[in-house]
Design a protein around this ligand. Structure first.
Ligand SMILES: N[C@@H](CCC(=O)N[C@@H](CS)C(=O)NCC(=O)O)C(=O)O
Length: 225
């Protein structure tokens, strides 16, 4: 049976959700982050040299990187095209774009924001005000204006397509993009006025039975707001 190496509160939630949407049987091997460092346990390095999640094993195959996993699952278990627009269509091209964009463009910025947010923790008391100031400046000058630009881009895209990232129906692009949207919601202040379509998207995906089943399987997901 297909195995998902799943880290709590992580990107691998998307893989569980996709498997639930497709109705593919799977089992989960759970790993817990270190509460102080938020790093994955060293045990995950026995699964993959980078020790990151998600990784899946399907028979003799072992696949890492969410985008690569999602492409493999679509090719192998979605011959009916339930979660991918037809090959050659403009919507399919859009799906490919968002599958790459999520980890290539959105997540590096969101990770930098997280680094700034946590920069002062663990720093000696005497240095803390200075480090806090540096972190606040980094957010004000670097991450926050760019993240707002990305948020506006997502909002406009979702408004234009009627609520989904690639074409007029839900696709794997929405599953891939769910994590940057969750992370942005957790790390930025979103408003109905400026980010209404993004917030509606999150409400809509959270209400899906397959999303809820994936939460039951994956355990507590603290990025949810
Ligand atoms: N681009 C990779 C990123 C993988 C990644 O950074 N995973 C995080 C979970 S959100 C992780 O395992 N972090 C634990 C650690 O770095 O120790 C993917 O999408 O699969």
């Amino acid at each position: 049976m297909l195995t998902v190496h799943h880290l709590n509160n992580s990107r691998s939630q998307r893989v569980l959700w996709l498997l639930e949407e497709l109705g593919v049987p799977y089992q989960v091997k759970r790993y817990e982050r270190n509460r102080a460092t938020m790093r994955a346990p060293a045990e995950l390095q026995q699964v993959h040299p980078l020790g990151k999640s998600p990784v899946i094993e399907d028979g003799a195959l072992k696949i890492a990187e969410t985008g690569a996993i999602i492409e493999y699952l679509l090719e192998t278990y979605d011959s009916a095209g339930r979660l991918q627009p037809p090959a050659g269509s403009e919507a399919r091209r859009q799906q490919t774009y968002w599958l790459h964009y999520a980890e290539g463009s959105a997540m590096p910025l969101l990770l930098l924001k997280l680094v700034f947010m946590r920069m002062a923790s663990g720093v000696p008391f005497i240095l803390r005000p200075l480090v806090k100031k540096i972190a606040a400046t980094g957010q004000a000058r670097v991450t926050d204006p760019q993240l707002e630009q990305h948020l506006q881009y997502w909002n406009a895209t979702l408004q234009q397509t009627g609520g989904w990232f690639a074409g007029s129906a839900m696709s794997a692009a929405d599953i891939m993009m769910s994590f940057p949207l969750e992370a942005a919601h957790a790390r930025m202040t979103l408003s109905r006025e400026r980010h209404g379509a993004v917030l509606d998207f999150l409400d809509r995906i959270h209400a899906r039975p397959a999303f809820q089943r994936a939460l039951d399987t994956g355990g507590k997901y603290e990025l949810l707001k």
